[in-house]
Design a protein around this ligand. Structure first.
Ligand code: HEC
Length: 100
């Protein structure tokens, strides 16, 4: 295996583990505070949650979910810690994605 592939594999499972250990209720509060849905609603209409439920959604694993939360968060200047991103991923997983 190339060193890169190893790194990606490691970051995948660390992320997923962090999400499993995180607090979805806290994540729900953070999503509201950061106004994540206002941008998603601009793009897709409705209340913004459609972005998680659309047929051609990007996110298909827990690790991808954690990564996408991080990507979107970096556009916002929230000052979140990695644990906060994990809380948010846990919230979105519980409410919409339902990955195991
Ligand atoms: C500046 C606009 C913007 C903000 C703010 C934003 N997002 Fe996003 N988000 C997007 C766009 C655009 C996409 C779709 C990306 C694509 O389809 O390539 C997306 C997609 C996502 C997805 C993946 C949806 C799928 O297809 O499964 C998640 C999860 C997500 N955002 C979480 C968040 C969270 C959490 C926050 C708040 C911290 C946030 N986003 C804030 C623009 C934004």
């Amino acid at each position: 295996m190339k060193p890169n592939a190893l790194l990606i594999a490691a970051s995948c499972c660390l992320l997923a583990t962090a999400v499993h250990a995180a607090d979805p209720a806290k994540g729900g509060e953070l999503v509201v505070e950061a106004r994540c849905e206002s941008c998603h609603a601009d793009k897709l209409g409705g209340d913004g949650s459609q972005i998680y439920l659309r047929k051609d959604r990007r996110v298909n694993t827990l690790a991808q979910l954690a990564t996408q939360v991080s990507v979107c968060n970096s556009q916002l200047n929230t000052g979140w810690f990695p644990e906060d991103e994990a809380h948010v991923a846990a919230y979105l997983n519980q409410r919409y994605y339902k990955f195991r």
